[in-house]
Design a binder for this molecule. Structure first.
Ligand SMILES: [Fe+2]
Ligand SMILES: [Fe+2]
Length: 202
C-alpha cells in the first residue's frame, strides 16, 4: 500500500476522550473501586481495558501494515546480503545481514503487540507487498541496493512518525514500541547514508 493510501487510516478517531477523572479533588486517577470493576469486565480482552483510548481495529490494521513493511524489509536485506559482490562486499554484507536480523526483530515485536491487542498478525504472502509501505526492489549494483534500502528506510521512518502521532495518548504502549523501532530505522538510514558516502568517495 502506498503512503498516500496508508495515510487515510491515520485520521483521528472519534473515540471518547480520557476515561480519567478530572475533578479538582481527583485530578488524575479514577477511584480504585471503579478501576477494579472495569479491569474485571471483558477480561477476555487481555491488556485492552476500559481505559484503552485507541480504536483497537484501527491500531491492529496499522500494525499489520507495519508488520508487512518489516517482513518486506527483512526479505530485501537478505537478498542484498546474498547477492552483494565486489571489493566492498566484505564490509557491506555484514551490514545488510545485521539490518535483516533487526527488521525481523521489529516484525516479531509488532506481531507480539498485535496478539496482545487481541488481533491476528497477518503473515500471509498473499498481498504482502501491497500491505507493505516499503517496496521490495532487488537492485543490480551495490549502489542500487544501498539506495533502495535507504529509500525503504525513509518510507518506514515517515510511516512510523505518522503512526506515533496518531497513537499519542490513545495507546502509549504501542506508541513506545514504535518509537523504539523508529530510532532503530533512523540508525539504519544513517548507516546506509555512510555507506553511500563511502562509495562516492572512491
Ligand atoms: Fe524495521
Ligand atoms: Fe530498517
Amino acid at each position: 500500500m502506498d503512503i498516500a493510501t496508508s495515510r487515510s487510516h491515520l485520521r483521528p478517531s472519534t473515540q471518547s476522550e480520557s476515561a480519567l477523572l478530572t475533578s479538582a479533588d481527583k485530578p488524575f486517577l479514577t477511584d480504585i473501586e471503579t478501576l477494579r470493576k472495569r479491569a474485571r469486565q471483558h477480561i477476555n480482552q487481555g491488556p485492552v481495558t476500559g481505559g484503552y483510548k485507541g480504536d483497537v481495529a484501527v491500531v491492529v490494521k496499522l500494525l499489520n501494515e507495519a508488520l508487512a513493511t518489516e517482513i518486506i524489509c527483512t526479505l530485501r536485506y537478505r537478498r542484498h546480503y546474498f547477492m552483494v559482490k565486489g571489493i566492498r562486499a566484505e564490509s557491506v554484507a555484514p551490514e545488510f545481514l545485521a539490518h535483516a536480523k533487526e527488521e525481523q526483530e521489529h516484525a516479531d515485536r509488532i506481531a507480539e503487540r498485535i496478539v496482545q491487542l487481541g488481533g491476528e498478525p497477518d503473515f500471509s504472502p498473499d498481498g504482502l507487498a501491497t500491505r507493505s509501505h516499503a517496496e521490495y526492489v532487488e537492485g543490480r549494483s551495490l549502489g542500487d541496493m544501498i539506495k533502495e534500502d535507504l529509500v525503504a528506510e525513509r518510507i518506514a521512518i515517515e510511516s512510523y512518525l505518522e503512526m506515533i502521532a496518531y497513537l499519542q495518548s490513545r495507546d502509549p504502549t504501542t506508541r513506545r514500541l514504535l518509537e523504539e523501532i523508529l530510532a532503530n530505522e533512523e540508525e539504519h538510514a544513517n548507516d546506509l547514508n555512510s555507506l553511500l558516502e563511502g562509495m562516492q568517495a572512491i
